[in-house]
Structures are given as structure tokens and as C-alpha cells.
Write a protein that binds this ligand. Structure first.
Ligand code: NAD
Ligand code: UDP
Ligand code: UDP
Length: 322
């Protein structure tokens, strides 16, 4: 049983009860830090942090980051924001508020405390990119009035706020542009491609390929991603980012479907559905900056990471929860 450690830092993780946030909380606790998990449980759950609740260095707070928050911590990871199109499009105005008002409040908090703050930004700031792979100096190709804009533009504005607080107030900022990440604790009903394909295969349903299935994505296993976030937070103050974190291995959705069918051993085929609005055609991170500044590269190949992810969803399907 771990004992309370009074000498390490306490990090606040907003969105800590979500998919990536819960893994981050776990890793911070393993490193001996204290963690304050702040979440409004919009898309996260207590199940995701159930194993952490009894840890003496772990605290939770139900709070919506669009409202001011006055606490004392040594560093902030700002992950609060629904990440999947189904969730962020359900209440698009709230999504923009979470990114923009949430960033202002968390930056105000970091400024008052003079502590470093990391923003979970996204590859979606590149929109449907015209350059490939995407480097951090590419400004993006986002439709500002489309159905993805509440998320993409919200995240772009949050980056603007981070850099203005950095320039105006000398704040120690870290901006990570996260590419598609997968692993255990992904939401089973969030419509993301990895969760959809695995749950469909495990239920013996045909896999839904949107469009021709030739569009590509690059998938990073959550443990690799969290390692990148921790290294970024630990990096010298001059490393502000934005910095791409993702796995450059690029796959078509058709190839992903074949892999999931093979690894689950399911006897299913694929069926085609229309491509959603503004669906990017290609996405692959250029991670040279992360290699140079953080000495970080993802080490877990798709086949390896899919296995524990399939095991996670198999358990949910067997319990009738997915
Ligand atoms: P998630 O939906 O599982 O987690 C988001 C968490 O934020 C949830 O626990 C949710 O309840 C919480 N939240 C939402 N609005 C909030 C608010 N107003 N106040 C407090 N808490 C709030 O998503 P995730 O995949 O874990 O994503 C975490 C972060 O990483 C997000 O900021 C997302 O934009 C970013 N990101 C994720 C991916 C990915 O592939 N998963 C890719 C790029 C960026
Ligand atoms: N804020 C907060 N917690 C703090 C400090 C500030 O939530 O510990 C909020 C504050 O309510 C404000 C926002 O962060 O809405 C921005 O704060 P800042 O001090 O930068 O701006 P100002 O208060 O001058 O508008
Ligand atoms: N996709 C698909 N079938 C699904 C869900 C998604 O073919 O059941 C496609 C989707 O059109 C997109 C890709 O998979 O091209 C990744 O979608 P996701 O929503 O996971 O992530 P994002 O588009 O945000 O990268």
C-alpha cells in the first residue's frame, strides 16, 4: 500500500477521469507525485479512476473548467475537453467554452501560482492538411464554420491564449499537439474508429468503413503518449512547443479494419457508410521536434497496442457495457 508522500510535487490534471487523463494520473502517482484530478464527468467516469481512489496522494474534484478555480498545485496538465466528434458535437458551444474559457481560467491559475502549464492540443489544429506529414510550422486548413470547428477552432484559440500568456506574463507553457491515441479506457460509444471497429468485431457485427476506407490515420498507444506528455512537462522552460506527439506509422482505415478482424478472430466483413463532413483525408505526425527536444519516440507498434485494447473492450462487451 503506497504511503502519502509530502515532498513530491502535486500536479493538477483537468480531464483526469477521461481516457488519456486517467492514464496520466496513474503514471504521475507511480512516479510518487500527488495528483488533483479535476473533471466534470462529461465524457470521463469514476470507473476510469476507480483503482486510484484509495491512493493517499490522489484527490478528485468535480468541477467544470469553464468556471474559475482556486487551488494550490505545482503544475497543471490541461486535458479537459471532449475529444470525439460524437461527444464534442453534442453541445458545440460548450465545447468551444471548455477550450477557450477553460484555457483562460487554467492560465489565470498558472499565472497566480507561477507554475508550468501543459495544454493538450490536437492534430485537428491542422484541419484537413495540405502538407503531409504535418510539421509544427504548418498553419493548418480548418473550416471555421463546419461541424468540427467547435473543437478545432476552440483548440486553436486555446493555443493562441497559451502563447499570449507566455509572451505577456512569461508563463512556463507547454503545448502538445496530440495525434490519434488509443488504448484501454477509450469510451466504448464515442464513435472513434478504434473503439467502433473493435466493439463491432467483438459483437460479431460488420465493421463500418466510412467512405472508401482509403483515408489514413496514425495511431499512438496511450502509454507512449503519456510518456511524451511527462517528458514535455519535464523539459526546460524554453521548450514551449507546439510539439507533435503521435506515432508516425500510417494506416488506411481499411487496413485497420483488416487488423482488427485478424486480431479478434471475428468472422465479420466490412460495410461502407458515407464519409462524415470535413473528414481529413490523411494524417501523420512529423515527430522530429519531439525526438530532438524530448528524446521521445513511440515504441509500441499498432499490433502490440491493439491487444490490451481488445482485451479491455472484450471485458466490457462480456459485461454488457459495450
Ligand atoms: P476524454 O473525453 O476521454 O477525456 C476528456 C475529459 O475531460 C473527460 O473526463 C471529461 O469528462 C472532461 N471534461 C470535458 N469537459 C470538461 C469541463 N468543461 N470541465 C472539466 N472536465 C471536462 O478524451 P481523451 O481522449 O482522454 O482526451 C483528453 C485530451 O486530449 C482532450 O483535451 C483532447 O482534446 C486531447 N486529445 C485527444 C486525442 C485522442 O486521440 N484521444 C487526440 C488529440 C487530442
Ligand atoms: N483564475 C482562476 N484561478 C486563479 C486565478 C485566476 O480561475 O487562481 C481565473 C480568473 O477568474 C480569470 C482568469 O483565470 O477569469 C484569468 O485570470 P487573469 O488573472 O489572467 O486575468 P484577469 O483576472 O485579470 O481577467
Ligand atoms: N471511421 C470509420 N468508421 C468508423 C469510425 C470512423 O471509417 O466506424 C473513419 C473516420 O471517417 C475517419 C477515421 O476513421 O476517417 C478516424 O476517425 P475518428 O473519429 O476515430 O478520428 P478523427 O477523424 O478525429 O481522426
Amino acid at each position: 500500500m503506497p504511503t502519502r508522500n509530502h515532498y513530491r510535487k502535486t500536479f493538477m490534471v483537468t480531464g483526469g477521469a477521461g481516457f488519456i487523463g486517467s492514464h496520466l494520473c496513474e503514471r504521475l502517482l507511480e512516479a510518487g507525485h500527488g495528483v488533483l484530478c479535476v473533471d466534470n464527468y462529461l465524457t470521463g467516469s469514476r470507473d476510469n479512476i476507480a483503482s486510484l481512489l484509495s491512493h493517499p496522494n490522489f484527490e478528485t474534484m468535480r468541477h467544470d473548467v469553464t468556471f474559475p478555480l482556486f487551488v494550490e498545485v505545482d503544475g497543471i496538465f490541461n486535458l479537459a475537453c471532449p475529444a470525439s466528434p460524437i461527444h464534442y458535437q453534442r453541445d458545440p458551444v460548450q465545447t468551444t467554452k471548455t477550450s477557450v474559457h477553460g484555457a483562460i481560467n487554467m492560465l489565470g491559475l498558472a499565472k497566480r501560482l507561477s507554475v508550468p502549464i501543459l495544454q493538450a492540443s490536437t492534430s485537428e489544429v491542422y484541419g484537413d492538411p495540405e502538407v503531409h506529414p504535418q510539421t509544427e510550422d504548418y498553419w493548418g486548413h480548418v473550416n471555421p464554420i463546419g461541424t468540427r470547428a467547435c473543437y478545432d477552432e476552440g483548440k486553436r484559440c486555446a493555443e493562441t491564449l497559451f502563447f499570449d500568456y507566455h509572451r505577456e506574463h512569461g508563463l512556463d507553457i507547454k503545448v502538445a499537439r496530440i495525434f490519434n491515441t488509443y488504448g484501454p479506457r477509450m469510451h466504448p460509444n464515442d464513435g472513434r474508429v478504434v473503439s467502433n471497429f473493435i466493439v463491432q468485431a467483438l459483437r460479431g457485427e460488420d465493421i463500418t468503413l466510412y467512405g472508401d476506407g482509403e483515408q489514413t490515420r496514425s495511431f499512438c498507444y496511450v502509454d507512449d503518449l503519456v510518456e511524451g506528455l511527462l517528458r514535455l512537462m519535464d523539459s526546460p522552460a524554453e521548450v514551449t512547443g507546439p510539439i507533435n506527439l503521435g506515432n508516425p506509422g500510417e494506416f488506411t482505415m481499411k487496413a485497420l479494419a483488416d487488423k482488427v478482424i485478424q486480431l479478434t478472430g471475428a468472422n465479420v466483413s466490412t460495410r461502407h457508410l458515407p464519409l462524415p463532413m470535413d473528414d481529413p483525408r490523411q494524417r501523420q505526425p512529423d515527430i522530429r521536434l519531439a525526438k530532438d527536444h524530448l528524446d521521445w519516440t513511440p515504441g509500441i507498434p499498432l499490433e502490440t497496442g491493439l491487444q490490451p485494447t481488445i482485451d479491455y473492450f472484450r471485458n466490457l462487451v462480456e459485461r454488457g457495457l459495450a
